[in-house]
Design a protein around this ligand. Structure first.
Ligand SMILES: Nc1ncnc2c1ncn2[C@@H]1O[C@H](COP(=O)(O)OP(=O)(O)OP(=O)(O)O)[C@@H](O)[C@H]1O
Length: 270
């Protein structure tokens, strides 16, 4: 299921223009990463897909269908959503958090729970955690539950709003790897919002860098953006001038090492 944003604009009632004349296509089974600083309209754009926000102008289409023609509740339940900081229901056990949407859409509770256990395995969680409450899990474990919950209705489209923003860098890297593995297996159409350009480059097949007001600074593959930043804003944002992105090679003990601008090794050439 592809997603098209066609000249969408969002002006909030107080006059704030969060997004201005934005167009983009997310190909089926691919990941679009929206990246930009705080207030650049990323979340607003993402929420247009499941109609948590309706654009003031323009159209969002899923598989060619204008989302305004679809029933809001059914649409929302058919799209996986991983909010910032998990958004788990604190008074429900992990397994029931994951089973929530299938139960709401009519799956018998028993079957929904069995399915939830499978999903917990899929996201790398031990079954022994299923009976705990979210507050009894680490931040990284909670985010895994949030991903499992978003997958429970077998959505073709997944929206992820800073899904790994609240966890430490090492756990974050683990969760990113996990998502890459899941995506290779499941092939969802994903819109992911992040303010971390490295995360956008790791996870996005396509990356869109936004300026304030939801204006596109540059869109392309990570390779295209790093190779040819559109302007100084993108260059700054991406940090192409930053020492860690300026790599060179040196020979040490007969092997070619790749080193960053500070001379620190980042890898070995094969
Ligand atoms: N309900 C609202 N009413 C008025 N203004 C809003 C509303 N929601 C968002 N905005 C404004 O719209 C702009 C874009 O907000 P949005 O949340 O889409 O940005 P963002 O890039 O996701 O930011 P962040 O990274 O901080 O989450 C901001 O200026 C914000 O203050």
């Amino acid at each position: 299921m592809g997603i098209q944003f066609d000249s969408v604009t969002k002006t909030y009632p107080d006059g704030t223009v969060a997004v201005r004349d934005f167009s983009a296509t997310v190909e089926s089974h691919s990941t679009l990463a929206l990246v930009g600083s705080s207030g650049s309209g990323k979340t607003t754009l993402m929420r247009m897909v499941n109609r948590m926000v309706d654009p003031t102008a323009g159209t969002v289409r899923i598989d060619g269908r204008d989302v305004r023609e679809l029933d809001k509740v059914a649409l929302r339940r058919s799209i996986g959503y991983v909010p910032q900081a998990g958004g788990l229901l604190p008074h429900r056990r992990v397994v029931d958090n994951v089973a929530t949407v299938p139960v709401l859409t009519g799956t018998p509770r028993r079957a929904a729970r069995d399915k939830a256990m499978d999903l917990l395995t899929l996201v790398g969680l031990e079954h022994s955690l299923a009976r705990r409450f979210p507050g009894q899990l680490s931040g990284g474990q909670q985010q895994r539950v949030a991903v499992a919950r978003a997958l429970a209705a077998e959505p073709e489209v997944l929206l992820m709003d800073e899904p790994f923003g609240a966890v430490d860098p090492i756990v974050r890297r683990d969760l990113q790897d996990q998502l890459l593995g899941l995506q290779a297996e499941l092939g969802k159409t994903i819109v992911l919002v992040t303010h971390d350009v490295d995360e956008a480059f790791r996870l996005g097949d396509t990356v869109i860098i936004l300026r304030t007001g939801g204006v596109v600074a540059q869109a392309g593959t990570p390779q295209e953006i790093v190779a040819a930043p559109a302007d100084d804003f993108v260059r700054d944002f991406v940090g192409t001038e930053r020492s860690e992105r300026t790599l060179s090679t040196v020979e040490v003990k007969g092997r070619r090492l790749v080193v960053d601008g500070d001379g620190r090794p980042v890898g070995v050439l094969a």
